[in-house]
Design a protein around this ligand. Structure first.
Ligand code: WTA
Length: 658
């Protein structure tokens, strides 16, 4: 490193606040700091601003109906169609030939869909779905990797008013079946397979395995991604995507007017108990919210080329690859593969080639890039970038600064966006044309978003003190309920801090956080039994029940431990059954296999530690915090309240020796 470089590096390391670059501010979509006050004074009517981004078939009567709180209703009486808002209106307004999706296949092939092309294929596939029997309000499941047919299928469903439920392709057959059964979903759109690091992966066998456990008949559509690279045959109830689309070539389907409160989609996510929760999002509130935040936070313009590197199988992909960017008429990039194939500069090659203006990724990816070294981004011209974003987990200041310097060239603001599957869109972040940035702290609540940090009794804590994150006013993008489980919706999110008798409702996202004197919030992580592995949400209880299901394992505890790249990794502590003590290697293998079968490879344990006992309190509760500290290599606190304090040292020794 040259002397000049070294002193730059040192300056950056010490710098705690960063002003948005003047060149950015000048062109920002939102640059008037008065917006915070405006939202507050005029609340909830201020939210009309979000709804105005959309074309409504029927205007709404009321912005917010609180009568059924905490099931709030937004833009009531309004009617609209999401696919119309993402496609038709842009074509009608002269953007027919603008690129809507630029797809980059892992093997180097590309496909560009203009708004005109996309509208045509969505129409054809919507006609095909109708022909298969899909009716308004039927839940259609998608179990697909990052191929263009996934967003096409989602928009086709939105067009005919059939809510979609996308299951991440990396999830297991079991996970697919659980979700299809829970939603009574009789239609599935899947793929024969996909490429990972150049290898053809079979996806259809996994799909078929899952379908065996689905309790009702299903019609399945299969996209042919692998061609001759995979031999497979389709059963009677399985249809080839291309044939269906061809059979409906040139057909159009009138977009169905949906009530603002009608379900747009379901998205299953992990919670405290073993059973995933079906988060319900609506057409009017959700679409308004993601479009507004894509405009104000991601600063997107129709002329932009924008790339979010998430998978559409997660909420980030729904809100910020598909719905928000397309509702604004932006060009959205979609990449099929991994960041290190064929080499570790793949992302930067994609940015350079497509002249990407705005790039949005996860801290776990940034930590991997850092580890690989700055020479990879340095191979490419990244000067097209204007704004960078992160999502999914806290970003440590070192990773933030690396991203700022080596990807943004110190000329792009970074938005560190805190939000959840349940919130639909961004909640806490700086507005890039207004606020200064503080690495490691996401920023203030967005205009109209009332976030407060409270103690266990619900009282606001002082600046600098750790507490619980709460949201004290509703917002349009919020989940409406958990599918067919209103009771769990209330108990999971509202019971903790609300006062139902006074009709005062406080949303609890189950994250810990602290706030500074400027109102900037640093999110500290989950306070429930949910892990965040590489930005993916996994329930410890789901993993635990997979491990305990293994023959020869009597009891298990699953916790998260710090991990340099993944942020958190899965650690399993297990007690072998009598007589299995000498079979630890096989037990470990079976435990890992069982986790991959019931959830998927993303939940694969980093380590399985066998122990004769688990550390327990006198009342018999497993001391997870201690196990977390052991996994993270932290100093261990007081163990004297344990029923079996000796076991702690024993386990710690074992982890160190492994
Ligand atoms: C965590 C992903 C810190 C948080 C959009 C939240 C974050 C969970 C951030 C939701 C961030 C997300 N800083 N933590 N910028 N963004 N999280 O539902 O713990 O997959 O509760 O939604 O991720 O994960 P989910």
């Amino acid at each position: 490193m040259s002397q000049e470089d070294a002193s730059l590096e040192a300056r950056l390391e010490e710098q705690e606040t960063f002003e948005p670059p003047e060149s950015f501010v000048e062109q920002a979509n939102v640059s008037d700091p008065g917006i915070y006050e405006e939202f507050e004074e005029n609340w909830p009517e201020s939210w009309e601003r979000a709804a105005e981004f959309l074309d409504w078939d029927e205007p709404y009567d009321e912005v917010l109906d609180e009568s059924e709180a905490p099931t709030y209703q937004w833009f009531t009486g309004g009617e609209l169609n999401a696919s119309y808002n993402c496609l038709d209106r842009h074509v009608e307004n002269g953007a027919k030939n603008r690129a809507a999706i630029k797809w980059e296949g892992e093997l180097g092939e590309t496909r560009t869909y203009t708004y005109g092309d996309l509208l045509n294929e969505v129409n054809e596939f919507a006609a095909a779905l109708r022909d298969l029997g899909v009716e308004e309000d039927d839940v259609v499941t998608m179990y697909m990797p990052m191929v263009p047919e996934l967003p096409i299928a989602m928009l086709a469903c939105a067009r005919i008013g059939a809510p979609h439920s996308v299951v991440f392709a990396g999830f297991s057959a079991d996970a697919l079946a659980t979700r299809m059964n829970d939603a009574d979903s009789e239609y599935l759109i899947t793929c024969d397979g996909y490429y990972r690091r150049g290898d053809a992966l079979d996806h259809i066998s996994k799909t078929n395995e899952g379908l065996e456990d689905v309790e009702h008949e299903t019609e399945t559509v299969v996209v042919d991604r692998l061609g001759d690279d995979l031999d497979h045959s389709l059963s009677e109830s399985q249809h080839d995507y291309d044939e269906l689309v061809e059979a409906h070539a040139g057909e159009t389907v009138e977009p169905v007017s949906r009530d603002a409160e009608d379900m747009l989609f379901l998205m299953y996510t992990s919670g405290t108990t073993g059973k995933p929760k079906g988060v319900k999002h609506t057409t009017g509130g959700y679409l308004s919210y993601v479009t507004w935040t894509s405009h104000s936070v991601l600063d997107l313009e129709p002329e932009d080329t924008y790339w979010c590197s998430a998978d559409i199988g997660w909420i980030t992909g729904h809100s910020y690859i598909l719905y928000g960017p397309l509702a604004l008429g932006t060009t959205t990039v979609m990449y099929e593969g991994t960041p290190d194939y064929p080499d570790k500069d793949r992302f930067w090659e994609i940015v350079e080639k497509n002249r990407v203006d705005v790039f949005y990724t996860a801290p776990t990816a940034i930590r991997a890039f850092m580890k690989w070294g700055k020479e990879y981004p340095e191979r490419h011209d990244l000067s097209s970038l204007r704004l960078l974003g992160t999502v999914g987990e806290p970003i440590n200041p070192r990773a933030w600064k690396w991203y700022y310097k080596h990807i943004g060239g110190e000329e792009c603001p970074i938005v560190d966006t805190w939000w959840q599957t349940e919130t639909g869109g961004h909640m806490i972040t700086t507005l890039p044309g207004i606020n200064e940035m503080k690495p490691g702290s996401a920023g203030p609540g967005l205009p109209g978003i009332d976030v407060r940090i409270v103690d266990g009794a619900g009282e606001e804590v002082d600046a600098g003190e750790a507490g619980y994150l709460t949201v004290q006013k509703p917002w349009p993008g919020m989940l409406r309920t958990l599918y067919r489980n209103d009771e769990r919706f209330v108990s999971e999110y509202w019971e903790e801090y609300s006062d139902p008798e006074a009709d005062e409702w406080v949303y609890f996202p189950e994250d810990g956080a602290k706030i500074d004197d400027d109102g900037y919030i640093t999110v500290l992580g989950r306070v429930d039994d949910v892990l965040n592995v590489s930005g993916h949400r996994l329930g410890t209880m789901e993993i635990e029940s997979a491990v305990v299901g293994v023959e020869g394992i009597a009891e298990a505890a699953v916790v998260g431990g710090d991990h340099e790249v993944k942020g958190e990794a899965v650690y399993v502590y297990a007690i072998p059954e009598d007589g299995y003590g000498d079979q630890e290697d096989e037990l470990e293998e079976r435990a890992i296999e069982s986790v991959e079968d019931s959830i998927g490879p993303i939940a694969r344990p980093e380590e399985v530690v066998f122990t004769p006992e688990l550390p327990k309190t006198r009342s018999g509760k497993i001391m997870r915090r201690l196990l977390e500290d052991i996994a993270s290599g932290n100093e261990l606190g007081n163990t004297s309240t344990l029923r079996n304090p000796d076991i702690v040292d024993q386990i710690a020794d074992q982890v160190e020796n492994d």
